[in-house]
Design a protein around this ligand. Sequence first.
Ligand SMILES: Nc1ncnc2c1ncn2[C@@H]1O[C@H](COP(=O)(O)OP(=O)(O)OP(=O)(O)O)[C@@H](O)[C@H]1O
Length: 308
Amino acid sequence: MIYASGLRKSFVAGGSTVEAVRGIDVEVRKGEYFGFLGPNGAGKSSTMRMIAAVSPVSGGSLKILGLDPAKDGPEIRARIGVCPQEDTLDTELNVRDNLVIYGRYFGLSRTEVKQRAEELLEFVQLTEKATAKVDDLSGGMKRRLTIARSLINKPEVLLLDEPTTGLDPQARHVVWDRLFRLKQQGVTLVMTTHYMDEAEQLCDRLVVMDKGLIVAEGSPTDLIREYSTREVAELRFGIGENELVAPKVEDLAERVEVLPDRLLLYSADGEETIAKVHERGLEPVMSLVRRSTLEDVFLRLTGRTLVD
Ligand SMILES: Nc1ncnc2c1ncn2[C@@H]1O[C@H](COP(=O)(O)OP(=O)(O)OP(=O)(O)O)[C@@H](O)[C@H]1O
């Protein structure tokens, strides 16, 4: 569905060149949920805009649905759906009309667009809000409406830029549920996120990006298995003490990371690791055991946390 090789994007800003994407290889298969995971400035949005055929490629090659974005931009844009990070809904219009106007823009007839709008309102559970003003919707409802709008042309590929940023946990789960349903319908989804739990929940496969490059690729489970241990013991000592304690526990785990507020001890058995810490007479003010996540993978690969 999407094939990129040595893909690059650079911007000239204020006389200097910013290399936003520095040569990446990506292949997205039909029906797959594919993610770009990375911190702010990693180059995710720049990549998505090239895939959406709204930003020209600076180097390398890119094919979307077998088409060349430099030549076939209009056809690509007609066959994909784009859900931007910011809600760009028309606040002058009610909920239903936001879909209707968008559908007309895609060339759907009045009858087609009316039917499609009702289907989509139902799909995103906004039928009861059809005549409400956009400004009266909650953040989660606005996001669902934006997703519905991006589906108006029955896209083969849906591009989602940070689908749940800014939503509360319950609203995020409702969005995720709708995205799971789209998968059942066979839609290919490409998303960016800097939430590791979102990537773990939704993505079949993902690439971790940092500073314009891909630093790892695989399914969430494979990445965790490859770059982390099964469990992580998180320990907090007194203010400023974490760094002092770190050398004293280094031999108790496969790896120790010192974060500003915590020590992370990577091992197969977190409880056992904490017990050994106590045996050394070290008393953390907080300790817990959790399983490894993509956040740990990212920390291992880049030395930074995703939310830096
Ligand atoms: N239009 C532009 N002009 C100049 N520089 C840009 C432009 N768009 C992006 N950049 C720069 O390119 C780099 C990558 O930005 P990009 O938005 O692709 O990252 P991102 O991973 O999507 O981050 P975010 O999560 O903040 O959207 C950043 O250094 C950014 O400042």
